[in-house]
Design a protein around this ligand. Structure first.
Ligand code: GLN
Length: 486
């Protein structure tokens, strides 16, 4: 097997046993990047020099008996997660040359476990989008069909994992940005419970919703990365003071008697026939493994997209006020201060980011606040209660991750509402703050991957991993790889 095809678990064992060296592993991943990056465009920047020096350090550590979690493992990082001394652009012109003076907690923890930074991956500008077409640096392509989108906003991370341009990746998820691209690219993506993973150093989009999480080739790798990146962080006031269990310890436990809620509001008109069929088959498979499907209702589901687009845009309009040409990034000079602000923001932000700032500023403005922002907060509570009620009856909820498989590039760019609707099944999870994973559960007749979403109770990623792993072990979807040149 080519080394770049390995997952974390395989690569770590091989490195620790001395069968391969971290420098060989990184070399293989960079050969792969050179071979396919022209076709896929997963990365905004790759720092081979830095990666090779990290790999050499890992090699020395291995010789000295290192047994850390990620000894020399090349991991790709979404380019809205700050890496000290390494450009972090958010795929925006306004941060085109921004080099953070500090390290995010997540990359700090990855580094403490010996990782190699494979590169910084492409995203929709400031994580606003569902297709990775809203990037200042150009679109990322879906490795299964380059004419289609990889999903977004963590499309670069998901494509890099699917195309074996890294061993694993991290992304961020505000309304589906880890799970939706994972589904479109046929890989595993987890949005942890709000508060489980520190956001220190994640460039803020909508602070009451944003979470960082892993995008991996297998469920076990997802658990391995969660062991590394989870945990309380005094640098993030929203990070929860809860213990981090060993997420890998539940893998392999049977799922007999676990109750799976299947919400009828997720099997609606507009759901692609082949996606529905794959998800129904997956539920049947879980039933043969001992789980018990139960039909449930999440009655406020239909309000989720509208609620999200009030709250997320309001928070974005506030968070993005800091890009004023004074403190960070691009400055375009003007006749006076106001003119400078206006020119900087006009030239620095792309259309979707501007659309969101305008929507959010409107929703927050005096006279409209009660009708929009406050109302949306109230509906958010109802959506959270839907889940609380469901979890009195079931252990987890299973749904399709997306209503359709990967759509064609350009198909939805002219119609923002259509684009927003592609997150219809992922957004409620962020509004409720609960954790959810997307795992591969089949392919359409055109050979496009389909994702199964498994949603758990607050801080119960363990049950998610248990069910996801049981399903993965009983199926072979996760072993499928897109046919890219070697
Ligand atoms: N696609 C959604 C949006 O455009 C979610 C993005 C995300 O999760 N960062 O806002």
């Amino acid at each position: 097997m080519e080394l770049y095809r390995m997952n974390i678990d395989e690569a770590r064992s091989a490195v620790i046993r001395g069968e391969i060296s971290p420098v060989e592993l990184a070399g293989s991943v960079f050969e792969r990047i050179e071979a396919v990056e022209g076709e896929i465009g997963s990365y905004v920047s790759v720092r081979k020099d830095l990666a090779l020096s990290q790999a050499r350090q890992a090699e020395d550590a291995i010789r000295a008996g290192d047994t850390r979690a990620l000894p020399g493992i090349p991991i790709a990082v979404k380019d809205n997660i700050c890496t000290r001394g390494v450009k972090t652009t958010c795929s925006s012109r306004i941060l085109e040359n921004f080099i953070p003076p500090y390290e995010s907690t997540v990359t700090q923890r990855l580094a403490e476990q010996g990782y190699v930074l494979a590169g910084k991956t492409n995203l929709d500008e400031f994580a606003m989008g569902s297709s990775t077409e809203n990037s200042f640096f150009g679109r990322t392509k879906n490795p299964w069909d380059p004419g289609r989108v990889p999903g977004g906003s963590s499309g670069g991370s998901a494509a890099a994992v699917a195309a074996d341009e890294c061993i694993a990746a991290v992304g961020s998820d505000t309304g589906g940005s880890i799970r939706q691209p994972a589904a479109f690219c046929g890989v595993v993506g987890l949005k942890p419970t709000y508060g489980r993973v520190s956001r220190y150093g994640l460039v803020a989009f909508a602070s009451s919703l944003d979470q960082i999480g892993p995008i991996t080739k297998t469920v076990k790798d997802s658990a391995i990365l969660m062991n590394v990146i989870s945990g309380h962080d005094p640098l993030d006031s929203t990070s929860a003071a809860v213990d981090t269990p060993d997420f890998t310890s539940v893998l392999g436990r049977d799922i007999k008697g676990m109750k799976l809620g299947v919400p009828r509001e997720y099997f609606i008109e507009g759901l692609d026939r082949e996606v529905a069929a794959a998800v129904n088959e997956a539920v049947k498979k879980l039933e043969t493994l001992g789980a018990v499907p139960v039909e449930i209702s999440l009655p406020h589901t239909e309000y989720a997209v509208a609620t999200y687009y009030i709250l997320a845009t309001s928070e974005a309009s506030s968070n993005l006020a800091r890009y004023d040409g004074v403190k960070y990034g691009l400055r375009v000079d003007g006749d006076d201060l106001t003119d400078m602000y206006m020119k900087t923001r006009d030239e620095g932000f792309g259309d979707e980011v501007k659309r969101r700032i305008i929507l959010g500023t409107y929703a927050l403005s005096s006279g409209y606040y009660e009708a929009y922002y406050r109302k949306a907060q109230q509906v958010r509570t109802l959506i959270r209660r839907d889940f609380e009620k469901a979890f009195e009856e079931v252990d987890m909820v299973v749904t399709p991750t997306t209503p359709t498989p990967a759509f064609r590039a350009g198909e939805k760019t002219a119609d923002p509402l259509q684009m927003y609707l592609s997150d219809i099944f992922t957004i409620s999870v962020n509004l409720a703050g609960v954790p959810a994973i997307s795992i591969p559960c089949g392919f359409t007749s055109a050979g496009l991957p389909v994702g199964l979403q498994i949603i758990g109770r607050h801080f119960d990623e363990e049950s998610i991993f248990r069910v996801a792993y049981a399903y993965e072990q009983a199926t072979s979807w996760h072993r499928m790889r897109p046919g890219l040149p070697e």
